[in-house]
Design a protein. Structure first.
Length: 166
């Protein structure tokens, strides 16, 4: 199995995992986050298929972090409610972080051994997006496990009154 075939399997497995995790997650933020990342993984699968078919890929500017920030904005009113994440939800975040970390490592190795410029560009792009996915999951894990501390570190302006303007 070559790197592209392995990448295709990894992305398909991630889609299935995130779909299932979204079904099991009761917290609105967690559910939407898993669904958003699942859509990214579907797009990754299409990009890999395009390279396999030697069609090339379109270079859309996609930012998983921007999408997650939008989800948090949309559900800000829900975030005020203290909903304790279940052990299963927290475990899903840990698994997701592990999957994304392994994906980054695999794509780094694959980029260094890419057969052509298109493959290398694909793997480099996947590295960046998977790193963002990892950051999203790590931040979400922190939020779900200790919402109070998350707000303290992520929303400094709330605690310190914001930065005064001149």
């Amino acid at each position: 199995m070559n790197a592209l075939e392995i990448a295709k399997k990894m992305e398909a497995d991630a889609i299935a995992f995130y779909r299932e995790a979204s079904k099991k997650t009761s917290h609105a933020v967690g559910k939407k986050m898993f669904l958003s990342i699942m859509e990214d993984e579907k797009r990754h699968l299409k990009m890999i298929d395009a390279i396999i078919k030697d069609v090339g890929i379109s270079s859309k500017d996609v930012s998983p972090m921007k999408k997650i920030k939008t989800i948090f904005e949309e559900l800000k009113h829900e975030m005020g409610k203290r909903i304790k994440a279940t052990t299963d939800e927290m475990e899903a975040f840990k698994i997701a972080m592990g999957m994304e970390k392994e994906g980054v490592e695999f794509y780094r190795k694959s980029a260094s051994g890419a057969k052509n410029k298109k493959e290398k560009a694909l793997f480099e792009r996947l590295i960046k997006e998977e790193e963002q996915h990892y950051a999203v999951f790590a931040n979400s894990y922190f939020f779900m496990s200790d919402t109070g501390s998350w707000f303290m570190w992520e929303e400094h302006g709330i605690v310190d009154g914001g930065t005064p303007t001149a």
